[in-house]
Design a protein around this ligand. Structure first.
Ligand code: ADP
Length: 205
């Protein structure tokens, strides 16, 4: 199957683009969604996380206490490594399972940290598409959709790849900055969708 890696910083618009591609017939495997499902109440990662980090990591409803975990992971690189040591193999396994089951016109992996793990992802993908956005717009969008403070959002952004290195890895770029209307975003996504359909059928996979 023809494989696209879709990435971009937090708030860039990845999910919005992936939703449109899915509507038009692509199969979507969203690694962020997989990570979230693993840490919901009863999620497959919860027993190991509770064992590793203690009851403080678990919210009253049995899900991962994200605010607690975020603080720990930022303050202590070893805690971050332990967290990733639990989550990454589970995310990888479920990503693979969903990819095997996919039956769409082509397959889109939504991967927030794709550029941060480029050596692992590049050989698995036919193309990398970056949704590009200026930092101030990222902050404004994430503030509007979450309870995070500007400082917390900027800290997450600082831990992600720089805009320039993301663009360097891109085969295709969708511009979705503060001046981009939803219609303009949709038009860019549709152009790429059409191009990828052609490429997918030309490779016969
Ligand atoms: P990501 O998945 O990259 O974090 P999202 O797709 O969730 O980003 O987009 C972040 C927020 O910004 C969402 O609420 C989304 O609807 C909104 N958004 C994205 N692009 C635009 C745009 N061009 N115009 C208006 N709102 C947008």
């Amino acid at each position: 199957m023809y494989k696209i890696g879709l990435t971009g910083g937090i708030g860039s618009g990845k999910t919005r683009v992936a939703d449109m591609l899915g509507e038009w017939g692509a199969s979507i495997v969203d690694t962020d969604e997989i990570a979230r499902a693993l840490t919901l109440p009863g999620g497959a990662a919860m027993p190991a996380l509770a064992r590793e980090f203690g009851p403080g990591a678990v919210a009253a409803d049995g899900s991962l206490d994200r605010a607690w975990m975020r603080e720990r992971a930022f303050a202590d690189p070893q805690a971050r490594q332990r967290l990733e040591g639990i989550l990454h193999p589970l995310i990888g396994h479920e990503t693979e399972r969903q990819a095997q089951a996919a039956r769409g016109a082509y397959l889109v992996f939504v991967v927030p940290l794709l550029v941060e793990s480029l050596p692992r992802w590049r050989p698995r993908l036919d193309r990398i598409c970056v949704v590009d956005c200026d930092p101030d717009t990222q902050v404004a969008r994430v503030r509007a959709r979450s309870g995070l403070t500007e400082a917390a959002i900027r800290r997450i952004m600082a831990a992600q790849a720089a805009r320039a290195s993301r663009l360097e890895a891109a085969d295709d770029i969708i511009v979705n900055d503060g001046a981009t209307t939803p219609e303009q975003l949709r038009a860019q996504a549709k152009d790429l969708h059409d191009r990828w359909l052609t490429l997918a059928s030309a490779t016969g996979r």
